[in-house]
Unconditional design. Structure first.
Length: 140
């Protein structure tokens, strides 16, 4: 990796948020607030804003979590999009554009069915060269 993740630590694979805080590949994003159709979560990684927009329809009713955990890794050719147990999302996204401090990725598939918006990922959490396809995992 070119830099470090927010909440970087050590530990084995797990699903609980306390244990994810110890995982080196996961960032904790805090709920910022809603737009008309999406909930915004954000954090700062190496001083760069990392925001994720999640459609409100992804959550159960109005039960929006205060925090979500996000990992961005090069895609290894498994699934394109999935939701598991109502609290785990995995999306494959393609590199859209490279900016000064972030790389914009676009989820694959019909935009009306996207499980997340188009994130601007801080360069410091991506390998160099930036992968053309990434898997973006979200847990809450």
């Amino acid at each position: 990796m070119a830099g470090s993740y927010a909440n970087k630590g050590h530990g084995g694979r797990s699903g609980s948020s306390a244990e994810l805080a110890l995982e080196p590949n996961w960032c904790r994003l805090t709920r910022e607030g809603p737009t008309e159709r999406k909930m915004i979560y954000h954090t700062y990684v190496d001083g760069i804003r990392f925001a994720l927009y999640v459609p409100k329809r992804t959550f159960t009713a109005d039960d929006y979590p205060d925090n979500v955990w996000v990992a961005v890794t090069p895609w290894e050719g498994r699934v394109v999009a999935r939701v598991r147990a109502g609290c785990d999302i995995a999306v494959v996204a393609t590199l859209h554009s490279v900016h000064t401090q972030t790389v914009r990725y676009t989820p694959i598939g019909d935009p009306k069915a996207w499980l997340i918006g188009e994130p601007y990922v801080p360069m410091s959490i991506l390998p160099d060269p930036y992968p053309p396809l990434v898997e973006i995992r979200v847990r809450w």
